[in-house]
Design a protein around this ligand. Sequence first.
Ligand SMILES: Cc1cc2nc3c(=O)[nH]c(=O)nc-3n(C[C@H](O)[C@H](O)[C@H](O)COP(=O)(O)OP(=O)(O)OC[C@H]3O[C@@H](n4cnc5c(N)ncnc54)[C@H](O)[C@@H]3O)c2cc1C
Length: 396
Amino acid sequence: MSRKIFDSEHEMFRDSVRNFMQKEVLPYRDKWHEQGIVDREAFLKAGQQGLLLMWADEKYGGAGIADFRYEQVLIEENARYGDAGFFMTLHSRLVGPYIGELGTEEQKARWLPKCVTGEHILAFAITEPGAGSDVAGIRTKAEDKGDHYLLNGSKTYISNGILADLVVVVARTDQSSRHGLSLFVVERGMEGFERGRNLKKMGLKSQDTAELFFDNVKVPKENLLGELNRGFYQLMHFLAEERLLGAVGYLAAADAAFDITMDYIKERKAFGQTIADFQNSRFKMADMRMNIDVAQAFIDQCVEEHDRGELSADAAAKAKLFTSELECRVIDDCVQLHGGAGYMDEYPICRMYLNARVSTIYAGSSEVMREIIARSVGLDPRKKKKEAGEIQASAA
Ligand SMILES: Cc1cc2nc3c(=O)[nH]c(=O)nc-3n(C[C@H](O)[C@H](O)[C@H](O)COP(=O)(O)OP(=O)(O)OC[C@H]3O[C@@H](n4cnc5c(N)ncnc54)[C@H](O)[C@@H]3O)c2cc1C
């Protein structure tokens, strides 16, 4: 399906990104998979190429490109020719904007330039052993000690957790409110900040996903990001973009899996014909193509809405939910069409299958997405309870 949202500049950019992925990422895929972590040099090379924090102002070394379509191109090319565990988008467009939008001039000047060059790698730490989907359950706390905050607690499942030089940490600063959270930038080398294990995972083997520990870390007051106690609402503000970033990647992975499978079934023979000749294969491929193309039209529309500042929380939730579940279904069918080869690590589809499984879990699970969408169509039990409470109160 021809897509209408890109112009010639985006296409030229796509060519250069593809070249970068084929030269600087693809050859290292197996090495990174084996070692369980991407080489830092990959971020430095991406920085040299101008691919990190493209939105950052020129005075911080960025290109000042806010147009989301450039990030979309990056994600799509990384899904096809790069490595799913190379989380440059998490660095650039998921964590970086917290500093870009919430940071003071001093903070931006201090942190952004090295993030643009890739010398500093970013991570974002919300999840704790006891709090995942329920962000308001966070127990890591930061106490005001006059000239600094004292940070205590732990985080888990943190992407880029081992590589990160700067971690935006969500911590409780107001014990009296479930939403009394704030954001802090914790820097590599701060006393009491330790990393735990690089966690062993089902897929995304090259991505370093780690535990982080904070034991009486003295975080200077200058490292509070944004307004005190407003962290919960700041998180909500960035969620739509985070979900769209995910959706673009999940769909790109499904599309890449489709093409890999097409090549395979046209080559492989059984019962005197190619696998592609069986009616079942043709129908499966037709269904996949239909679903991917229909989803792409919706995602491209969401990207345009996002660039106009109009993407709603429920549209982003629909995008995330639909594409992550589609990615899992498509890749499952692709593995089936590969037969035994689909179960072998040496075939790309095998790793894609294992990578895809997390897409419906992180960045807001499918169940949480359904909650958001249900509320947007007026099905909100919390509101109903609140209204009932108010009616009872006014009757009393
Ligand atoms: C590879 C990987 C990378 C990650 N990277 C990061 C990172 O960089 N930073 C970070 O902070 N976190 C990260 N996470 C954590 C991720 O965001 C959480 O795993 C996710 O939010 C789910 O939280 P949980 O694991 O605690 O599951 P839980 O919240 O315990 O959920 C368990 C199950 O209950 C369901 N559930 C929960 N609430 C509801 C509800 N209200 N209604 C219906 N069902 C519900 C869930 O959908 C899920 O099926 C990562 C996780 C993984 C696996």
